[in-house]
Design a protein around this ligand. Structure first.
Ligand code: HEC
Ligand code: HEC
Length: 330
């Protein structure tokens, strides 16, 4: 009996050591992914974005009609503060982007003073930092290039990667990023200190296995960005909008387990034409704005959270997304 006990104890001790060793290995592999530093290009972009030629022409036509002069008269815009007009438009576009398409509020709070991405201790506690100029804000020294690197490359100013899903923002154009910066900078300061992201044991194992994305690993850091988003009426616009769905629905929108998602979330749905056969535009709009499936049942989290952004999409945006999904074959 004693011999058996001794044998058992030795086996248990061996297993604990082996597990400990495996865990230490996983931990160093996981932290290695986050400690790696990345080099990305250094860009410049105007904040706010200046008025385009088309906007200037429209403004000129509007002014000359109001003044009752010939549209060709060159000085109709003299005395108009074009920077103020550009700022106003950038703020309006930026507000729309934050409230609908780019979901920054979800993890950084609706006041942008900091929020929660995930609070599931075995996996991790990931808090979005404060993006305002208040106490605890992390962007006071940010250059435009730093904004580009965190948002479109997933690289922090110290060169390290992050758990923030920047890969969702891969196709954000310069103008959209500039609009977001303009809008974020105009928000009132909030004093809030957020703890840095922390991994639990399950999170470290998932990270070591590659089941949590580090966006910096998935992005080409030298690629050029589009200057402007595609025209709303173009075929490319729907594809552009669908980039923010890929973080959960997968790069090909075929659905599956959500990398780095809260353990309570179901796998995301397949959005290909085969899976959504029989869905109409109205059904799709209801899923995005009311969180309901075609049969009227409630969609689960996190899709149910998406509705607060879905209701802010314009009809043109929802239609463009829907048209694009009709090209995603099953
Ligand atoms: C799904 C959650 C999530 C979304 C959506 C999100 N973020 Fe983040 N963000 C985070 C987390 C978590 C961190 C902290 C990352 C870290 O320290 O590794 C972070 C960090 C940041 C930082 C600071 C990095 C630093 O430490 O200097 C900035 C700036 C930022 N995010 C901007 C944005 C903007 C702009 C958007 C929208 C386009 C956005 N984030 C969307 C989760 C998110
Ligand atoms: C944060 C993760 C997440 C994001 C971002 C997200 N989805 Fe989803 N989506 C899900 C999950 C999870 C489900 C499945 C929910 C369920 O089974 O109840 C789902 C379900 C759906 C469904 C229902 C499909 C069906 O067969 O019932 C549609 C439609 C949909 N998503 C469209 C979109 C579109 C379009 C976007 C981008 C604008 C998007 N989702 C962004 C996670 C997400």
């Amino acid at each position: 009996m004693k011999r058996v006990m001794k044998g058992l104890l030795a086996t248990v001790a061996f297993m604990v050591l082996a597990l400990g060793g495996a865990f230490a290995l996983a931990q160093s592999k996981a932290m290695g992914r986050l400690d790696k530093t990345w080099q990305a290009h250094t860009i410049e972009l105007p904040v706010p974005f200046p008025l385009s030629e088309a906007e200037l022409a429209a403004l000129r036509a509007e002014k000359s009609a109001a003044l009752g002069v010939d549209a060709g008269a060159d000085d109709v815009l003299a005395g108009v503060d074009l920077t103020a007009v550009a700022t106003q438009r950038a703020l309006e576009r930026g507000k729309h982007l934050l409230e609908s398409r780019y979901g920054c509020f979800e993890c950084h709070g609706t006041d942008l003073g900091g929020g929660t991405m995930m609070d599931a201790p075995p996996v991790g506690r990931f808090f979005g930092p404060n993006l305002t100029s208040g106490k605890g804000g992390v962007v006071s020294k940010y250059t435009v290039a730093d904004w580009d690197r965190i948002v479109r490359h997933g690289i922090k100013p110290d060169g390290k990667g992050t758990v923030m899903p920047s890969v969702d923002f891969l196709s954000m154009s310069d103008q959209e990023l500039s609009d977001i910066i303009t809008s974020v900078r105009a928000r009132p300061p909030v004093d809030r200190e957020q703890p840095r992201p922390e991994f639990g044991p399950v999170g470290l194992l998932l990270m070591a296995k590659g089941d949590i994305n580090v966006s910096a690993e998935l992005v080409d850091h030298q690629r050029a960005h589009e200057q402007l988003p595609p025209e709303v009426a173009s075929k490319e616009f729907g594809h552009h909008l669908a980039q923010v769905c890929t973080g959960c629905h997968g790069p090909a929108l075929k659905g599956g387990p959500i990398a780095g998602g809260d353990p309570s979330w179901p796998p995301s749905a397949d959005l290909s034409t085969k899976a959504l056969a029989g869905w109409t535009y109205e059904d799709f709009k209801r899923a995005l704005t009311e969180g309901k499936r075609k049969d009227g049942t409630e969609l689960k989290a996190p899709m149910s959270f998406i509705t607060k952004y879905g209701v802010k999409y314009t009809d043109a945006e929802l239609k463009a997304l829907w048209s694009y999904l009709q090209t995603v074959s099953g």
